[in-house]
Design a protein around this ligand. Structure first.
Ligand SMILES: NC(=O)c1ccc[n+]([C@@H]2O[C@H](COP(=O)([O-])OP(=O)(O)OC[C@H]3O[C@@H](n4cnc5c(N)ncnc54)[C@H](OP(=O)(O)O)[C@@H]3O)[C@@H](O)[C@H]2O)c1
Length: 267
């Protein structure tokens, strides 16, 4: 799996990672979810995204099972605090609880899931700094923040750099490309696109034609396009082994400038 620098952290992170939303919700699918994440890790998808919100901590417990015995330093674990919990003390407590569920002593990035209307950003970011000082997270990030909100968070953080903004990014929603993506490029903040496969939403002929030409699937062309340059990363969620294998091989080929343009124009 190709890696690239994750914002200004100095850390190389796999461009394609693994999402976990909807995992840990039902007992009957847990075994398969753990096996899929585990397979993904073996295939190099070691950037794993989860959140306290997902299945009320259940997804974090699934991740804990999947990473058992995997050297911690080979993983890039990301989890998130809910905005309703993002007070100065609540943020720290949320991280401690996530770590317990993840059965690890630190995460790589701790994110605020979206802008909190309950708690001032300065309180949340102060707590984030405490977490960095205590070694409970290596880096601080945000999710679903606008450029203006990112600026406010960065001002509150002072010398600590925002590592990433995790945002919606798929072929039918490329809203981040006008302002947020250029801003993050300039500021060296990683952009982690979520819901890259639009939860299975349909794709246009342009993608199908290109996929056929390369002997690839439409999903692989999609993931390839969505990570076509820095500072983009993507985190598809897959709980079926075949999907994991497909996603892990999505960067084994290169889209030509003409193909990139054709997809660009089709969406
Ligand atoms: N920060 C936020 O606010 C936020 C919001 C939403 C999501 N996220 C994160 O982003 C992750 C990804 O987003 P998402 O789960 O919403 O949607 P997604 O990754 O776009 O789509 C997941 C769906 O696509 C299927 N799939 C995966 N790989 C496939 C393939 N190669 N071929 C066909 N189908 C495939 C999965 O099926 P199977 O599971 O059956 O394999 C699942 O039904 C989440 O899991 C979560 O970690 C973050």
């Amino acid at each position: 799996m190709i890696k690239r620098l994750f914002g200004a952290t100095g850390v190389q992170v796999p461009v394609i990672g693994q999402g976990t939303w909807r995992m840990g919700e039902s007992r009957s699918s847990q075994k398969q979810e753990i096996a899929s994440l585990r397979l993904g890790i073996e295939l190099g998808l070691t950037h794993i995204d989860t959140a306290e919100m997902y299945a009320d901590g259940g997804a974090e417990r699934i991740v804990a099972q999947a990473i058992k015995g995997v050297p911690r330093e080979s993983l890039f674990l990301v989890t998130k605090v809910l905005p309703s919990n993002a007070s100065a003390t609540g943020t720290v407590k949320a991280c401690e609880q996530s770590l317990k569920r993840l059965e690890t002593d630190h995460v790589d990035v701790f994110l605020v899931h979206w802008w909190s209307s309950h708690h001032p950003i300065a309180d949340t970011m102060r707590a984030m700094q405490t977490l960095v000082t205590r070694g409970l997270t290596r880096f601080v990030g945000v999710s679903n923040f606008s450029v203006a909100q990112m600026r406010e968070a960065q001002t509150a953080l002072g010398a600590t750099r925002l590592a990433c903004n995790q945002v919606l990014y798929h072929l039918r929603d490329r809203g981040i490309e006008s302002e947020l993506l250029p801003h993050c490029g300039r500021e060296r903040v990683a952009v982690v696109g979520y819901t890259p496969l639009n939860r299975g939403g349909f794709l246009r002929d342009a993608v199908a034609e290109i996929a056929k030409r390369h002997g690839r699937t439409t999903r692989q062309v999609t993931l390839n396009f969505l990570t076509r340059r820095a500072p983009l990363f993507t985190i598809p969620k897959a709980s079926q082994p075949d999907h994991v294998r497909e996603n892990a091989a999505a960067l084994d080929f290169k889209l030509t400038p003409d193909e990139l343009r054709a997809i660009d124009e089709a969406f």
